[in-house]
Ligand binder design. Structure first.
Ligand SMILES: C[S@@+](CC[C@H](N)C(=O)[O-])C[C@H]1O[C@@H](n2cnc3c(N)ncnc32)[C@H](O)[C@@H]1O
Length: 447
């Protein structure tokens, strides 16, 4: 068998033994640098590092020595990455939590600390070149449990630490409230408990950020709602569901046909999937969402994209109007009751139902089946161990077929596709199972 490790080593150094070969190459390289033949590739400047260096110049002499630290230590333990959700720059979970930094911070005045955050913001603003950034925060992730638990998922930066499954479903953080966004600079608005029902004034005083994915703007208040970048792939898939070059002929739908279709998102959030359905051209998109902060983000996002929207509160009466989007600020268990009150025929156009709750959306499956009248897709989001995807697919197929049979409906049920959206934890995937249902037909899967 060919030894691939030696194939990249110049012949002159081969046979010296791996370590000796490497040393010989390094020393030859060093000589070439010294002779001016070769120049090491310059490392691209890191704005956070630059900001720390220039800030350090302004600190009183001896401050670092007093805590027994050096500038190099400060730089090596500082975050290197960020993400911009304008006008905020967000640093990764655990940023500036190293002992060197916590010790230094307790020795700094608030003016000195703020000077550092301002310098970092200025440097990132310059590097990004997309407008002024005014707020800086450290991500603390979205705990899957309520505040007090140690396990967190860092969805903002796509990091997935271990140990995130909740054992007690009653303790789930179902509103996906980010407990503990660590704010460093800028006015993030009042910090209200998630149990407080926000007023119009609270919405006005809150701090809102935005981002664009697939040409669609999303808006949210980072104190109160999560944003998961990793769903971009699933959003894009929905945009092409009826039209990509891989779409089977039977599934293709013209713009005109889509204009008569409707979609329902039972966990609408700030509109990840709601907006994809509108953008694709569906005539009507209905959403259910419990978190008033997410609903307000969805309302603002819809407006920013130029779509009309109506928010219906839990006790409000509703009749189908002309809006592109209708969002019900209530539990999705009320969805069927609402839709049943529509004049006959209005429901017939529902072609997609989205069940987007993690770790499992099972609580909404029955509602989804009842909502889908004739033919269409239910998109079931689930967290699944990599080796359990096949079993989960069979379980979903079985559960849907059994429910429809019990309800006296003859229907074809096929889990057409499993989409691997993103890793949720080591070995655990956020999957979407596309369940295709066609009423009036019974066909065994695979036949
Ligand atoms: C994983 S997030 C979905 C993210 C969403 N796709 C978005 O655009 O933000 C789940 C959402 O479902 C909402 N939710 C959880 N249980 C619900 C229920 N029974 N009825 C309505 N919304 C619910 C939560 O408040 C949360 O915003």
């Amino acid at each position: 068998m060919e030894d691939s490790s030696s194939s990249s080593i110049p012949i002159a150094y081969q046979g010296l033994g791996a370590a000796a070969e490497e040393r010989a190459i390094k020393s030859r390289r060093a000589k070439r640098f010294a002779d001016g033949w070769e120049h090491p590739k310059p490392k691209p400047p890191n704005p956070i590092e630059d900001a720390i260096k220039s800030w350090f110049e302004t600190l009183p002499a001896g401050l670092l020595e007093s805590i027994g630290a050096t500038v190099d230590e400060l730089i090596s333990t500082a975050p290197k990455r960020w993400i911009v959700y304008a006008p905020m720059a967000l640093l990764p979970s655990g940023g500036f939590s190293h002992k060197t930094w916590t010790q230094l911070q307790s020795a700094l005045s608030s003016i000195q600390a703020d000077d550092l955050w301002t310098k970092i913001l200025g440097a990132i603003t310059k590097k990004e070149g997309k407008g002024l950034l005014t707020h800086l925060a450290i991500n603390s992730g979205i705990p899957l449990h309520k505040i007090g638990d140690e396990d967190e998922i860092d969805e903002y930066l796509g990091l997935t630490p271990e140990g995130i499954m909740s054992e007690d479903p009653n303790q789930d953080n179902i509103l996906r409230t980010p407990s503990g966004l660590i704010t460093l600079h800028g006015d993030f608005g009042p910090s209200l408990s998630p149990d407080v029902i926000p007023s119009e004034r609270d919405f006005k005083e809150a701090f809102w950020v935005s981002t664009k994915q697939n040409g669609i703007t999303q808006i949210w208040a980072p104190r109160y709602t999560m944003f998961s970048r990793g769903n971009v792939k699933e959003k894009a898939r929905l945009l092409e569901f009826h039209s990509s070059r891989f779409t089977p002929e039977s599934r293709k739908r013209t713009k005109q046909e889509l204009g008569h279709d409707a979609a329902v998102d039972l966990y609408a959030g700030i509109g990840y999937f709601v907006f994809s359905y509108v953008k694709v051209g569906m005539g009507k998109v209905l959403g259910w969402e419990l978190n008033p902060w997410s609903v307000e983000g969805l309302r603002r996002g819809a407006q920013a994209n130029g779509w009309s929207i109506r928010i219906v509160k839990s006790h409000d009466e509703w009749e189908m109007g002309t809006e592109d989007i209708v969002v019900f600020l209530e539990d999705n268990r009320k969805a069927l009751e609402r839709l049943k009150r529509l004049p006959p025929g209005e429901l017939r156009s529902v072609k997609h139902v989205n069940c987007g709750l993690l770790p499992s959306s099972e609580g909404s499956w029955e509602t989804a089946m009842e909502i889908l009248p004739e033919e269409g897709w239910i998109h079931v989001h689930e967290n699944v161990g990599h080796n359990d995807v096949g079993a989960k697919k069979r379980q979903i197929q079985e559960a849907f077929s059994t429910h429809l049979q019990k309800a006296g409906r003859t229907a074809e049920v096929i889990v057409e596709h499993v989409e691997f959206v993103k890793t949720f934890a080591p070995g655990v995937w956020h999957c979407v199972f596309d369940v295709y249902i066609r009423s009036g037909v019974v066909r065994e899967p695979g036949s």
